[in-house]
Design a protein around this ligand. Sequence first.
Ligand code: NAD
Length: 248
Amino acid sequence: MSRLTGKTAIITGASRGIGAAIARRFAEEGANIVVNYSGSQDKAEAVVAGIAQSGGKAIAVKADVADADAVKSLADAAMKEFGSIDILVNNAGITRDNLMMRMKEDEWDDVINTNLKGVFLCTKAVTRQMMKQRAGRIINIASIVGVMGNAGQANYVAAKAGVIGLTKTTARELASRGITANAVAPGFITTDMTEKLGDDVQSSMLAQIPLARFGAPEDVANAALFLASDEASYVTGQTLHLDGGMVM
Ligand code: NAD
């Protein structure tokens, strides 16, 4: 038996980067995967095809996590295809960086809507089913900047700090129903999101990492797997820093 055999996991923003790595890792452990995406259908279908080639089960479902109706359809699609929702990974996220003095209201709104309201909406959409099952795992992908702050990312930092607080409240509200909620706070992980940062930013980040390397999406996937597995049944409301030791 693998660690997630028979479980169904919805992973938001899973067409690339960290979300795709989580989808593949959970599928390797036997979970049925709902690959949520909002952009490229081809990329989402490629993740699904890769999982199927390795003998797993997955479907791709388009939904903007900031749209309540779309998120409800996402949960409905998971139930229709697989008949349960056991794990939700709130991974979808965007950046719209700017110094606060120059940040436009729509840059603030876009990031808060996707990165924070999206977590609220997706959590709400699966909670009733998880309560019925009297079991569930909610894993939110936050960021260490939600703990440290970061110049040029007021919107993103506020959203990620909000996700950490929301994780604790979710854990408290749902513990009596057998549902745990935890966050993973990555540091610098090599994905499309970080590749657009300049060489100077990347070298100054590297200098702050005691383990002296950037993380890989698979590092985050392994942490999420632990939190989704039976081994983590007594862990809730926590934020696991996955940052090579940047924040201690
Ligand atoms: P990425 O840009 O490669 O992937 C983000 C994914 O989210 C994409 O598939 C994108 O299409 C999807 N997405 C964006 N808006 C969406 C929406 N409204 N609805 C549904 N899907 C949407 O980024 P990544 O680095 O893989 O980031 C994944 C998560 O990890 C994000 O929440 C990000 O904030 C967080 N994170 C990343 C790093 C890092 O260093 N890469 C560090 C800390 C936290």
